[in-house]
Design a protein around this ligand. Structure first.
Ligand SMILES: *Cc1c(COP(=O)(O)O)cnc(C)c1O
Length: 381
């Protein structure tokens, strides 16, 4: 089966007891057993729930994995993964990453004895130099958040494996429609299903997907033992969102490319990042490892932080809000919103300017989006 067919059907045969075409929302905390310990694969819903199983099988198929595990949020998925490490282990992590991931590593797991080196993962030399004998995981976001840098998944997988480390890719920004890290050599894919997979800004969720069976057993154990599982209605909402993932992603990409081209020609735009522009330093690499370039753009207008801050309050269609990946367009100022949990010194080192504006380009009519951004640029002068 090809991608869109899998998105609609994988893991979701019609319900065997009723024929319901949509996977039912199994609101049941426990399941009746025929004899002690003998049941139909479900005993208690933290351990497994049929709606969650459908989502997990679907995500595994879309990422070309062998298994999927769903969690209550993207950060819950990341936590489970980090809980598989031990005190004294080391991570190498791309320095341009979601603020909450940075906070989890530096303020939670650092206290448990996990050390993290943050490096410019667009440089293979920087990744190689940061690897240590006790490095267990190399962690990438590509395209990254919010600078939209792109790093070479296949080359970094080789570096990590030569050191005996696993490669983890947070694929939230691309979605499996645009990029499949496992096929490029990664060992584990992380998702915030809150974003493009859910796609309608109505659910919080996360997932891990991989191929290795022993790793599955370890992470499945943690999913149950720690217990940060999603509810069945949340799983249903993500499953429903995924059915239109391919359609939505095509429109997100088309709109973002047109808006980026328009902004590239605007005399008041000082800096613009979108890997789909031929002028982007990441265009060639992104063309190799992605199907198209995604729906996220970051930019800076001339005139400093105040001007850019004003810009984020002048749009009418782009709503000023955290998050991304929904059908509606959003605008944000990462350093005071999504990335406020990264200290100023670290942001500076990662080259994240205070004036940077991030756009999540939705699937509205592109003419309306361009008109909105143009009027907001004018109104912010
Ligand atoms: C939102 C996000 C997360 C965290 O996911 P939650 O569902 O908010 O917990 C992790 N990584 C990236 C890239 C994100 O955008």
């Amino acid at each position: 089966m090809r991608f869109s067919t899998q998105a609609i059907h994988a893991g979701q045969p019609p319900d065997p007891s009723t024929g319901a075409i949509m996977t039912p929302v199994y609101l049941s905390s426990t399941f009746v057993q025929e004899a002690p310990g003998r049941h139909k694969g479900y005993d208690y819903a933290r351990t497994a729930n049929p709606t969650r199983s459908a989502l997990e099988a679907n995500l595994a198929a879309l990422e070309q994995g062998a298994w999927g595990l769903a969690f209550a949020s993207g950060l819950a998925a990341e936590s489970a993964l980090l809980q598989s490490l031990s005190s004294g282990d080391h991570l190498v992590c791309g320095q341009d990453l979601y603020g909450g991931s940075y906070r989890l590593m530096t303020q939670v797991f650092a206290r448990w004895g996990l050390a993290t080196s943050f490096v410019d993962a667009t440089s293979l030399d920087a990744v190689r130099a940061a690897l240590r004998p006790n490095t267990k995981i190399v962690w990438l976001e590509t395209p990254s958040n919010p600078l939209l840098t792109v790093c070479d998944i296949a080359a970094i997988a080789e570096l990590a494996h030569a050191q005996g480390a696993r490669l983890v890719v947070d694929n939230t920004f691309a979605s499996p429609y645009l990029q499949q890290p496992l096929a490029l050599g990664a060992d584990i894919v992380v998702h915030s299903t809150t974003k493009y997979l859910g796609g309608h800004s109505d659910v919080i969720g996360g997932a891990l997907v991989g191929r290795d069976e022993a790793l599955y057993q370890e992470l499945k154990f943690l999913q149950n033992a720690v217990g940060a599982v999603p509810g069945p209605l949340d799983c249903f909402l993500v499953l429903r969102g995924i059915k239109t993932l391919a359609l939505r992603m095509r429109q997100h990409c088309e709109n973002a490319l047109q808006l980026a081209q328009h902004l590239a020609a605007h005399p008041e735009v000082r800096q613009l990042a979108y890997p789909g522009l031929a002028s982007s330093p990441y265009h060639a690499l992104a063309s190799r490892q992605m199907r198209a370039f995604g729906g996220m753009i970051s930019l800076e207008l001339q005139g400093g932080v105040e001007r850019n801050r004003r810009f984020t309050t002048q749009t009418r269609l782009f709503s000023l809000a955290e998050s991304l990946g929904g059908v509606e367009s959003l605008i944000g100022l990462p350093t005071v919103m999504t990335h406020a949990s990264i200290p100023a010194a670290q942001r500076q080192q990662a080259g994240l300017p205070d004036a940077l504006v991030r756009l999540s380009v939705g699937i509205e009519d592109i003419e309306d989006l361009i008109e909105d951004v143009d009027q907001a640029i004018a109104a912010s002068r």
